[in-house]
Design a protein around this ligand. Sequence first.
Ligand SMILES: *Cc1c(COP(=O)(O)O)cnc(C)c1O
Length: 405
Amino acid sequence: MDIPELNRALYDQVMVPSYNPPAVMPVRGEGSRLWDQQGREYVDLAGGIAVTALGHAHPRLVAALTEQAQRLWHVSNVLATEPALALAARLTGLTFAERVYFANSGGEANEAALKLARRYAYDRGERGRSEIIAFGQAFHGRTLFTVTAGGQPKYTEGFGPLPGGIRHLPYNDVEALEAAVNRHTCAVLMEPVQGEGGVVPADPEFAAAARRLCDAHGALLIFDEVQTGVGRTGDLYAYMGLGVEPDILTTAKALGNGIPVAAMLTRGAIAESFQPGTHGSTYGGNPLACAVASEVIDIVSDPEVLAGVRARSERLRDGLATIGARHGCFAEVRGRGLLIGAELAEAWKGRAREVLQAAMGEGVMTLVAGPDVIRLAPSLIIPDEDLDAGLERLERAIAGLGDRS
Ligand SMILES: *Cc1c(COP(=O)(O)O)cnc(C)c1O
């Protein structure tokens, strides 16, 4: 058959309109740079939404993928494979966890975490313990369970009836949490830094209170580290920097650097509630994905790489603060590591998407987190000159918008 020209117009003819991308279509990436169909070059400060943590076409990841591609792609979870075990051994060796369950996306890993928490209570005969406590502005994925756990009503509108037993509290509100956790609480589900919800870090006291209350009332603490995990915050996992250990942790996004893979980590006693047949996934633990993820973990867990995240974080924050001071565009620059949010100042409120579009026009890819926050999640190993070039282009975009308004 004849394939038509692959452009933005075709998108509207062949795609479900669940996204509305710009006309720019990247065709190639290398490190922290992208090139579109016209050969225009972009600095990538978006990282595919906190996914390409080691940039594009990292030689060690390309090698891991192609080597595994010539060996074995898939045999189903009826059989164990070496890449899955190698990745699970790394993840348990480097974290609190003793057991790993593999999935393909963050939403799926969270779905598994919530099901496991419910099943764990059930297995202990605690039939009244089913309530999931989650938080406003949270994001946990798009399955019906995870989207209901998320704290953004616009994402559940029209999809009811929704799963029950989920309650939302304000994030970082210790008192509300103290009042809510009780013997009916099955799990508390939280992001160590709310990503989609505006790049809002958990107060250490809030995270500690969640741990303390879960312990006191026999509930499980689930950390959704889908966005914060794999070095993003400057620790291999954000819980390490917070000094609060969860009972279940989910990780995805950067784990595969763009190859779909996710994992749910937990302790041995809790893992026992997923027996053969209780839960599963056709692709979970896929050899291609796991081979890449092991290489990602080997690179990112290097203390020098993690120290590099913290150094780049300062450079990026300083650069944003300078732009903010010159143009009066930012009320606050916040975040952890290389997950940074610049909240727009009063006069700029609601213009985050406009800034993103202008930035793309100047040759830099950025993200937003709601209408008022510019979010940046570049590669953890982005060279200083790329970071500086990205900031320069972002400043040009902001200057242009400022002149016009
Ligand atoms: C992106 C994200 C998810 C969803 O991950 P998918 O791979 O899109 O299913 C869940 N939780 C958090 C914190 C995320 O940032």
